[in-house]
Design a protein. Sequence first.
Length: 260
Amino acid sequence: MTSTTTHTAEKYVKDINEPYRQLRTNIEFSSISSDIKVLVISSADSAEAKTETAVNLAKVMAARKKKVLLIDADLRIPDVHKLFDLSKRSGLTNALLELGTDEFDLSRYIQYVKVDQGINPLAIMTSGPSVPNPLEVLSSKRFSDLLTLLKDQYDFILMDSAPVLPVADTLAIARVADGLLFCVASEQTQRDRAKQAITALERTGAKVIGVVLTMMKHSSDPYDYYYYSYSKTSKKPKNMGQQLKLKRRKEKTIQKKSAE
């Protein structure tokens, strides 16, 4: 059996802070009525901080749960291994290729990083080597079989996936997950693009449990987060990021008045 190495790389990963803990708490409340053990993180388009959301959420989850696994299921432009300075020589694509053979050994595809206040290290499965047909790989029975196997091994699984609109990869992944968290970039994500992406997800049976507002420029942290449970709206602000910020301001005003 191949030995595993625990890394401590934090070069590009943001520190754990209160917004991520609040996000974790909201997700845990979402799990009360329906158990959420496998959660996909995605967005409408690229560069909307979905990977940063997945990484930091995985870190705070690891501080609460014993065994947490982060999978880089974005086989088009994988970034998780870069954020942790890990190798992607052996990861998801290797596991799928070798699943059911004598070569399959789960420990070969998993790497570990230490997490602040974590009970155990955070387990990470990088994307693995590039494949010519990501959609075919992610929509295969092998992928769902591997996920079933991993659910028996871990308390919580997070998957960073490709953006919804450019490719159909996330639609395939979301069908076998328990829920999906949708990232919206402040002053960037257009409402029509977000609506189109969420509609596509819902048509495939994906459960969108909430929306996270990312990249808020007025914050001291460029990757600040604000979460709210997803619901359809008839309002048409310029973009969805502005819609979420307006909701946040109203809630802060209510809280301030209540405290007075």
